[in-house]
Design a protein. Structure first.
Length: 338
């Protein structure tokens, strides 16, 4: 296959996207595919310059990106569709996280260009990225999630509707960027302001004490359940991308009944949100064993520290085969993206 890995961009998750993209490119080349790399913020990247994209690896915090945003706007105008390796690719592998790479914008552009791409289509991407809409839709499908409301909201209203402690986070971001655990009403405004740095909408959600799990979906099949035990109280950006900052156990040490419940809920969420190809669905299990949907990731990380590759490996699928399978799922769904 001729595969073009589209990565980078200017979301707060740029470094994560680059780490995913470079790993995917290496793995597909080892599988003897012809691979090109394109940075959504800068265009085609010659092979000899790829390693310079992320020389220090993923940092502990999101990088500053103002200097790249004008370049990305140009790419999202006419630039992306004019790149020869985009137009000639058999499939575009989307190694993008957050921002316009995961909210349906890039997917809509590639639909117009006519280039097949990995992951979900424009509609599913937009639905899943907007946590408020996703929770409303899944509630109608009988999949519960923590109580929530959208900012602005007074501390008194939050106490009544959500309670303290609560989670404050951008409504349309991933990788736990801008997320805070708020224990007192006096800390609410600062947490909302922090989340608002990354998005124009901020969600305030009940904090569910308990265990955290994630379930990958590949095609329409659920991968083994992963339990996440972060060093910090929350599975934040640092814990996600710094080796040793979280224990990720796969298969999760849980009962067969809980495993089946989580996998079925993940499959239902994947279908209800009109996702395609692959996704990762995150849950918390409360102290009574009830499960609560947190969010759906339409382009989950594929870095050396990411969860989907670990789950696939537990199912007997090495990383290169996983990447190849994702490509073939995209080719099989050509013309059916929504």
């Amino acid at each position: 296959m001729r595969v073009t890995v589209l990565t980078g961009g200017t979301s707060a998750e740029r470094d994560v996207a680059l780490a995913s993209g470079l790993q995917v490119a290496r793995a597909l080349r080892e599988r003897r595919h012809a691979v090109s790399v394109v940075d959504l913020a800068a265009g085609f990247v010659p092979p000899e310059q790829e390693n310079a994209l992320l020389p220090g690896g993923v940092g502990r915090e999101p990088p500053p990106l103002e200097h790249l945003r004008e370049l990305e706007r140009g790419m999202l105008g006419s630039g992306l569709g004019e790149i020869p390796v985009v137009r000639s690719a058999d499939v575009i592998f989307l190694a993008l996280h957050g921002g316009r790479g995961e909210d349906g914008t890039v997917q809509a552009i590639l639909d117009v260009v006519g280039a097949p791409y990995t992951g979900s289509g424009q509609l599913g991407s937009a639905l899943a990225m907007d946590k408020d809409l996703a929770k409303r839709l899944l509630r109608d499908h009988g999949i519960g999630s923590p109580a929530w409301l959208m900012a602005p909201a007074t501390a008194a209203r939050v106490k009544r509707a959500v309670g303290f402690p609560c989670i404050v986070k951008p409504s349309k971001q991933g990788s736990s960027v801008g997320m805070s655990l708020v224990r007192r009403g006096s800390d609410l405004s600062a947490a909302v302001a922090e989340a608002a740095r990354y998005d124009d909408e901020v969600m305030i959600e009940t904090y569910v004490a308990g265990r955290e799990f994630t379930v990958g979906i590949l095609g329409d099949e659920a991968l083994p359940v992963v339990e996440i035990r972060p060093r910090h109280e929350l599975f934040d950006y640092e814990c996600k991308y710094t080796p040793g900052m979280a224990e990720e156990i796969v298969p999760a040490p849980i009962s067969a009944a809980l495993r089946a419940t989580l996998q079925r809920a993940a499959q239902r969420a994947h279908r209800a949100l009109k996702l395609g190809g692959y996704s990762r669905i995150d849950f918390r299990a409360d102290l009574k064993g009830g499960i609560h949907f947190l969010e759906a990731n339409t382009l989950p990380g594929l870095t050396g520290n990411s969860l989907i590759p670990k789950a696939a490996r537990a199912a007997g699928m090495e990383f290169g085969v996983l990447c190849e399978t994702i490509c073939r799922l995209a080719l099989g769904s050509r013309g059916t993206k929504r």
